[in-house]
Design a protein around this ligand. Sequence first.
Ligand code: OGA
Ligand code: MN
Length: 294
Amino acid sequence: MSIATMADTGLRFRIQPTGGALGADVFGFPFKDFTAAEFAAVRAAWTRHQVLRFRGIDITDEDQIRFAAGLGPFVIHPRQMQEGTHGSHREILVISNLKKADGSPAGDLGDGEVNWHTDTWFVTRPPSASILRALRLPAHGGNTCFLDMYAAYDTLDDAAKKAIEGRYIHHQKVIDGRGDVRMGMVRPRTDDVRSWPGVPHPIVRTVPESGRKALYLGGRRHAWIIGMEPDESAALLAKLWTHCIQDRFVWCQQWQPGDMVMWDNRCVMHRRDAFDPNTIRLMHRTAIEGERPV
Ligand code: OGA
Ligand code: MN
């Protein structure tokens, strides 16, 4: 959008597609006093571009919370209830490699690589929006890439589309993306994930606002396509994952101070690069409750 059209629409900010596989930059969004029309315009841009990056902003946790609240109720992660781990507010999840005085983590995700996933895919109503704001960044690494799951679905061959039509994945909730047992869970006695606790979600979901179909894989570890023999399920999942992870569907966010990124967790996957453990990365995340995937 040019400056001229900004004046025409009465909006005090500018949206510019990244030119990559997905995503757009938003410059000059008035976080302190945005109008309903401005919020609606940014929301529409988010639906269309799947990921928005607000560049060069200087906002507080309260500003981030007020903005995010316009999208729906907050997801409050169990760790956000723990004293000393949450940020200034319960709505904020700290994503950081910082440690408390006793050496235990003061944030989530540490300094390692984070594999492709959608946020909290193993619950009944996974978040619709995740919003991540940079407070401290390492000089190198820790970048976050996004993958367009609409395009991943659209470009599947007919045989693959047919194979997944009406199918559900059983998303187990015991083991996390790094292979660790989740908070409050115990490692099951059997390796057969078909009997593990989890939730079923359709492999193809339609995002209500866009009306578009997206491939919805959640996380890779121990997933099972309901009704298939384990070997058959593993082979089809491998095919789907290989198809998704193609450079042409990916756009990477190289973090700069003053960046905040907001993704549509229903139609993108994301991953993060590792970074030097001797540096500090500190992000404040807010997540908004989504609908049950259909
Ligand atoms: C997340 C996440 C990636 C990052 O917060 O859900 O995956 O770049 N973060 O920290
Ligand atoms: Mn994530």
